[in-house]
Structures are given as C-alpha cells and as structure tokens.
Design a binder for this molecule. Structure first.
Ligand code: 1HE
Length: 266
C-alpha cells in the first residue's frame, strides 16, 4: 500500500513563512482553492514548522484570503483506495503532531470558513483567535465521509462529543460568536484584526520561560489524560523541574523585588 507523494513544489509555494523577531507567521497560501488542504500543502506546512530557526519561539498560523480553510481537498479523495485513505490520514496525523507537540506555542487566526479538515487543523493550535467572519462546520456527514485529520480526538476535547456528533449529523454551522462561546476560539476580534491579535499573543508567549512553555505544551496534555494519582505525580515532577531552572528563580525574584508586572484585569 502506498500513497502518491505530493508533487514537488513547482511554481510557487502554498505555505509562506515570514519571521519577525521571535515570531514566525506561517500562512496557508492557496486562496483560489479556499486553502483546501491537499497533501502538498500538508507537506509544506510540516516542512515549514520543521525548518524554523531556533530564534523562533512562537508561531502564528493563518490562511490567505477570505477563508481560513475549506478543509480536505476533496479532489484528492476521489481516487483513493481504502488502504490509501488510511495512509492519507497518517500523513495528516504526523504533520499535525509536529505542530501540536513541538516546542513552540502556536496561535491560529481564523476567518471565514473553518470547516472539516480546516477545523481539525485549527484544533491542533494551542490558542485560537476568530475574526467575526469565521464560521465552523463539519460537513463530513453530508459529504459521505468521516473526520480523518484527528478531529474525533481533538475537536471533541474542545467542545465535547455531543456537539461534534450534532454538527456532523445535521450540518449545523456555528458562527464566530457561537464558536467563541462553546470554546472553538479563545479570542473574538473584528474582521481584519486577527493577525495583529495573533501576533501580539505569539510575542507574549515567546517571552515565557522556555521550560514553562515546554511543560505547558508537552506535559499538560498528557497529565490531563492520566488517572488522578499519576497526573498529580507527573505534575509535581514537572513543577519541580520547571521551578529549578535559573530563569524561574530570576523571574520569581523579579516579582518579589517589584521589578515584574502584576496580574491585572485586561
Ligand atoms: C475546493 C474545496 C475543497 C473549495 N476541496 N476544492 N470541505 C467542504 O465540504 C467545504 C467545501 N467548500 C465550500 O463549501 C466552499 O468552497 C466555501 C464555502 C469554503 C467557499 O465558497 P466560495 O463560493 O467562496 O468558493 P468556491 O467557488 O466554492 O470555491 C473556489 C474554488 O475552490 C473552487 O474551485 P474552481 O476550480 O471551481 O475555482 C472549488 O472547487 C475549490 N474548493 N473548497 C477541493 N474542500 C482529513 S478528513 C477532513 C474531511 C473534510 O475536510 S470534509 C470537508 C470538505
């Protein structure tokens, strides 16, 4: 069983990377196809994350044009055998794992359609910003297919099995405000302000202590799935390692010496 590898990046890349200071902005750049996720674009996305320089400490993921992503490129699905379909999902899983379980926090900025595989991709990010134009749907039921980009695991964790079931069965589309309320977005901003907000959040996260970010990205999701006694033990171990870092000592000292900011309402 084999899956045709994505065509070599011919004319122009479909994923753009722009780096400013410690923040990289990685952009799905296939707006004429509403950023539909082909194997090629998934490959380029993975490569973009894997080749970031060490100086990059946080990432903004967005989509060019009026839509974040129309999901799976349906034109690629038609010729796939069952075995190839299985491999297709594996290609997505591996790319998405690199994004979710890397060392850099990722903010996803969403506008327009965030549907099917587009929502699966958004659910990989650690922080999600929705512009008021964003809408969320899982049309797999209507297309005669199923989630295949990790959404059964990730989207259900965000909004629950019940909502995902209902979305898929009925084609229910949540608007931006509703998506924000049920937990698909952490921030809701006016149209055109998502990127600025995403970059501001990324810069803030890039300024965290690296060991704290590591614990948040890598340990927290595992702890949350452990039985309570195991989770508490893992948490205590991670807390011990994190607080032992010289940078943690200095940051705590800075607060005690009144050199660090207070936690105030925004
Ligand atoms: C596509 C795709 C696509 C657009 N695969 N080519 N996803 C869906 O079921 C969503 C399908 N897309 C749409 O509902 C609409 O395209 C949008 C509402 C997102 C945008 O509408 P609109 O009017 O702005 O654009 P359009 O005219 O529909 O699309 C522009 C072009 O993009 C057109 O191609 P063209 O050659 O005729 O110009 C479309 O065919 C193409 N296009 N969306 C392929 N998805 C890992 S499992 C995940 C399973 C899923 O993701 S299922 C959900 C699939």
């Amino acid at each position: 069983m084999s899956l045709k590898s994505p065509p070599a990046a011919a004319d122009r890349p479909e994923v753009r990377v722009a780096i400013e200071g410690a923040v990289a902005t990685i952009t799905l750049d296939r707006p004429h196809k509403r950023n539909a996720l082909s194997l090629r674009i998934i490959g380029e996305l993975r490569a973009a994350f894997e080749t970031l320089p060490d100086s990059v400490k946080a990432v903004v993921l967005n989509g060019a044009g009026e839509h974040f992503s129309a999901g799976l490129d349906l034109s690629e699905l038609a010729p796939l055998s069952a075995a190839e379909g299985m491999l297709h999902s594996m290609v997505w899983y591996e790319a998405f794992d690199r994004i979710q379980f890397g060392t850099r926090p990722v903010v996803c900025v969403m506008q327009g359609a965030v549907v099917g595989g587009g929502l699966e991709l958004a659910s990989v990010a650690h922080v999600r910003v929705a512009e008021h134009s964003a809408y969320f749907g899982l049309p797999e039921g209507q297309r005669g297919i199923f989630l295949g980009g990790g959404g059964s695991v990730r989207i259900t964790k965000l909004i629950g099995v019940s909502r995902v079931t209902e979305m898929m069965l009925t084609g229910h589309v949540y608007n931006a405000q509703e998506g924000f309320q049920i937990g698909l977005a952490h921030h809701l901003v006016p149209v055109g302000e998502g990127l600025r907000k995403g970059q501001e959040l990324a810069a803030r996260m890039a300024g965290n202590a690296p060991m704290s970010n590591f614990a948040i990205l890598r340990a927290l999701p595992l702890i949350a799935e452990q039985p309570m006694a195991h989770g508490l033990m893992t948490e205590a171990l991670m807390a011990t390692v994190t607080q032992s870092e010289p940078e943690a000592k200095e940051r705590v000292r800075a607060f005690l010496d009144k050199r660090a900011g207070k936690v105030l309402p925004s």
